[in-house]
Design a binder for this molecule. Structure first.
Ligand SMILES: Nc1ncnc2c1ncn2[C@@H]1O[C@H](COP(=O)(O)OP(=O)(O)OP(=O)(O)O)[C@@H](O)[C@H]1O
Ligand SMILES: NC(=O)c1ccc[n+]([C@@H]2O[C@H](COP(=O)(O)O)[C@@H](O)[C@H]2O)c1
Length: 276
C-alpha cells in the first residue's frame, strides 16, 4: 500500500500509460433533467477478480441516487488499481482490466473501464478523481442540457464501507487527500457486512454532507478474496461472477497458485473461511 503525504497532482502533472485514450463511449452527453446535477460514479479497487457485487454497487447507488438525491448519473467507471499497489492476490493489470471490461461490456449498458490507473505507477485516489474531472470537464467539456447549456459533471467516489473505514486509520490516507476526496468530490458508500457504517464515518463528520450512505437491501457478501480461495481449491465460482469472467479465468488458468506463499493472503483466506 502506498500512503502519501504529498498533495494531489495538478492537472499538468498527470502521467499517462502508452497509447492511452479516455473511454467515454457510454458517457451520456445530454442531461435528461436540467434541474439535476450531473455526476459520474468512479469505483477504485483491485478487482482481482471483479465480481457481481462490484457491479451491484453501481446499481445500488443508482437506485439510491434516483430516490434520495438531486443528482443525475451520466456515467459509471471502474478504475482498477496499478500493479504497484502490491496487495496480496493482485493479479497483473492486464488480466484485471480485461476481466473488468468483459464484465462491464457484457452485463451493463452504462459502465466503462478506465485503464489509466492500472497501466502506470501507483496513483492515489485523490489523483485518480482529478484525472476523471480533467478528462470529463476540461477535455470533453462536461455535458449539456437539452437546451444546449453546458454543465460541469461532478466526479464522485463509489466505495464499500470497509474502504471508508480505512480513512480513519492512521497513515493510510493523508488529511489533504481526504479533504480533496470528501470535501471537493464526495462519495457514495455501500454498506458491507461486517463493517459498521456509522463507526466508519464517525471520524469523517466534517465531510458528512458529502458522504451518502447506501444500505444493501439484499445482502451480498461475495468478495474477491473468497473467490480466489475457491478457485485455488478447485471449487466453482459460477454465478458469483459474470460468465464471461469465469470463462476467462478458466481459459487462462488464473488464480490457481495466486499468492499461496503470502502470509497476508493466508490470513485473509482464514478470515474468509471463518465467515463461511
Ligand atoms: N461485499 C461488499 N460490500 C460492499 N462493498 C464491497 C464489497 N466487496 C468489495 N466492495 C468494495 O468494492 C470496491 C473494490 O473492492 P476491491 O476489489 O479493492 O476489494 P475486495 O472486493 O474487498 O477485494 P479483496 O477481497 O481482494 O480485498 C471497494 O470500494 C470495496 O469496499
Ligand atoms: N491514500 C490513498 O489514496 C489510498 C489509500 C488506501 C486505498 N486507496 C485505494 O482504495 C482502493 C481499494 O483499496 P483496498 O483494496 O486496499 O481496500 C484502491 O484503488 C486504492 O488505490 C487509496
Amino acid at each position: 500500500m502506498m500512503p502519501s503525504e504529498v498533495p494531489p497532482h495538478r492537472m499538468s502533472a498527470f502521467t499517462y500509460p502508452p497509447d492511452y485514450s479516455f473511454p467515454h463511449h457510454r458517457l451520456h452527453p445530454i442531461l435528461r433533467d436540467p434541474t439535476k446535477q450531473p455526476i459520474v460514479l468512479v469505483a477504485c479497487g483491485s478487482f482481482s477478480p471483479i465480481t457481481y457485487l462490484h457491479l451491484r454497487m453501481f446499481e445500488m447507488a443508482k437506485d439510491y441516487i434516483r430516490q434520495h438525491t438531486d443528482f443525475e448519473i451520466v456515467g459509471g467507471y471502474l478504475s482498477p488499481v496499478s500493479d504497484q499497489y502490491k496487495k496480496p492476490g493482485l493479479l497483473n493489470a492486464n488480466h484485471r482490466a480485461t476481466m473488468c471490461t468483459l464484465a462491464a461490456e457484457q452485463t451493463s449498458s452504462w459502465l466503462m473501464v478506465d485503464p489509466w490507473e492500472a497501466f502506470q505507477n501507483y496513483q492515489r485516489t485523490a489523483v485518480v478523481l482529478d484525472h476523471f474531472d480533467f478528462e470529463i470537464n476540461t477535455i470533453l467539456g462536461g455535458v449539456q442540457t437539452q437546451e444546449g447549456e453546458k454543465r460541469d459533471v461532478r466526479v464522485m467516489l463509489l466505495a464499500g464501507s470497509d474502504l471508508i473505514s480505512t480513512m480513519s486509520e492512521p497513515g493510510v490516507w493523508s488529511h489533504q487527500d481526504l479533504e480533496h476526496i470528501l470535501g471537493r468530490y464526495g462519495t457514495f458508500i455501500i454498506e458491507r457486512a461486517g463493517s459498521a457504517m456509522d463507526q466508519a464515518i464517525e471520524n469523517l463528520a466534517r465531510w458528512r454532507h458529502n458522504i451518502y450512505l447506501v444500505p444493501q437491501l439484499i445482502q451480498n457478501d461475495v468478495s474477491s478474496t473468497k473467490v480466489r480461495l475457491f478457485l485455488r481449491r478447485g471449487l466453482s465460482v459460477r454465478y458469483l461472477l459474470p460468465a464471461a469472467v469465469v470463462d476467462y479465468i478458466e481459459e487462462n488458468n488464473l488464480y490457481l497458485d495466486d499468492g499461496a506463499g503470502s502470509e497476508k493472503e493466508k490470513g485473509k483466506e482464514k478470515e474468509a473461511a471463518m465467515v463461511r
